[in-house]
Design a protein around this ligand. Structure first.
Ligand SMILES: Nc1ncnc2c1ncn2[C@@H]1O[C@H](COP(=O)(O)OP(=O)(O)OP(=O)(O)O)[C@@H](O)[C@H]1O
Ligand SMILES: Nc1ncnc2c1ncn2[C@@H]1O[C@H](COP(=O)(O)OP(=O)(O)OP(=O)(O)O)[C@@H](O)[C@H]1O
Ligand SMILES: [Mg+2]
Ligand SMILES: [Mg+2]
Lengths: 258, 258
């Protein structure tokens, strides 16, 4: 049974890509088979996993119906982690897809054959920092939404937009069953009060949905993409790596409890 | 002579809003008259300057031609700094404006009467983290582009997208004279090699355009928006404040040298 999880938050720089890469890596390390789809034209998830940008390698052609998404799947340095990379033609997707019929469901339809095959336990989708067509497509295709929230004031402001959006997606019938997979607090800085205040505030809004494991601010996490490696390969013993490994365990534990 | 400057970078969380607010504040403190336009539906620049979200207060109506932009100008806590705030109706602007004639020039046309009046020395525009209709409108209306770049690896990856976009805006005739005002390095962490490597790399790409004053990572800067205050009012003596004051001085010095 393949589940599709969108890693999304319209606020920029909150750790979506870092979370998508490292959760995917540690889930695959826990014997799960994972496909990561890079739906951001910036292609950070692709380069963070060491993929070169190759013309025509992205999901763009599948979105506009020119070729099946399965043809775009590439292997990564980790056995049970595959990726559909991004590249610059995705920049044009916002406008090109908006003009098509069923423009909100293009991604869902492109993924459907891969979901039906059931090879993957999870398909994680790294979303761009906006509420445009690409993110809306990801939310229309997803079973659940995994929301990284940075421990900063502006991140709190974004919560009302995310909640509003979720209600809209459900009530409009675009994806009536879309649920929240979980909320992961990122870039927690134990030296400041601000971080703790933000965590407390988010927990008062979302309660149980907030993961107990909080990701600390860690330089090694921001260095690893420059080597094209997830943290599990770059430095598996640093605080950032331990936190993502614990978060992946919490994900699997929560899944069993459902 | 009023100049329009877009503060833009499609990479998320690099310090666009923090730079737009604090450069606007310190420029207004140097006897310049400044208008800040919040073109991001997240409305971070508005709340960072203490404005409540009020329905209908954004530039949206001016973009769709229902009312003049001048009616949306509000005062801030600083004498020479005014703002056109954002609010949630801007979320709909991407799709609504895209359907209009001359959809790339709606913002330029909305600003034209304010520019012609010449009351402001600068109109700074805080852009969302995307290359959608709102950012494209800002680039079509701007005389120059001020680019904050975070001292992180993924920020480097975004440089090629920005350069490509700038060339496209000029060559397509959308805004043939768009130039770079400057590049400001943000969230510099002197404890890591990564920050220094990124600064060196950006300087090798953009040379003279990179400001000498680098903004350090500073907790006070990330706390100030929760009080609705620019850093000049929240804590004018912290390292973050000094850095933005120096950067505003560098802006004025560079302008005189042109
Ligand atoms: N826990 C962490 N500690 C330190 N740095 C981090 C951490 N998580 C992410 N970063 C760094 O912070 C920056 C922003 O993270 P990232 O790019 O993952 O966010 P994003 O939400 O995907 O951004 P965008 O909105 O542009 O897609 C990156 O440079 C990343 O390397
Ligand atoms: N120099 C700094 N030191 C510490 N924190 C900073 C600094 N500059 C910005 N921040 C914080 O980092 C986060 C990102 O900054 P900001 O929101 O200004 O970026 P942005 O580019 O406008 O983001 P978006 O792409 O979502 O519009 C914010 O929480 C902000 O308070
Ligand atoms: Mg990202
Ligand atoms: Mg911003």
């Amino acid at each position: 049974m393949t589940r599709v999880i969108a890693v999304a938050n319209q606020k920029g720089g909150v750790g979506k890509t870092t979370t998508a890469i490292n959760m995917a890596a540690y889930l695959s390390d826990s014997r799960k088979k994972v496909l990561l789809v890079d739906l951001d034209p910036q292609a950070n998830a692709s380069s963070g996993l060491g993929l070169e940008r190759i013309e025509g390698a992205s999901i763009y052609e599948a979105l506009v119906g020119e070729s099946p998404a399965r043809d775009k799947i590439k292997r990564t340095a980790l056995d049970r982690l595959d990726i559909i990379p991004s590249e610059v033609d995705l920049c044009g997707a916002e406008i090109d897809v908006a003009r098509l019929d069923r423009h909100l469901f293009r991604f869902r339809e492109a993924l459907a054959p891969i979901v039906a095959e059931g090879v993957y336990d999870y398909i994680l989708v790294d979303c761009p920092p906006s509420l445009g067509i690409l993110t809306m497509n990801a939310l229309a295709a997803a079973d659940t939404l995994f929301i990284p929230i940075q421990c900063e004031y502006y991140a709190l402001e974004g919560l009302s937009i995310i909640s509003h959006l979720l209600r809209q997606i459900r009530e409009s019938g675009t994806n009536p069953n879309l649920a929240i997979e979980g909320i992961l607090m990122t870039m927690f800085d134990s030296r400041t009060n601000l971080s703790q205040q933000v965590v407390t505030e988010v927990k008062s809004h979302f309660g149980e949905l907030v993961y107990e494991n909080v990701i600390p601010r860690s330089v090694r996490l921001s260095e690893s993409p420059s080597y094209g490696q997830p943290i599990i390969l770059y430095d598996d013993h640093c605080p950032g790596a331990k936190a993502y490994r614990q978060a992946a365990r919490e994900w699997i534990r929560r899944e069993k409890q459902k």
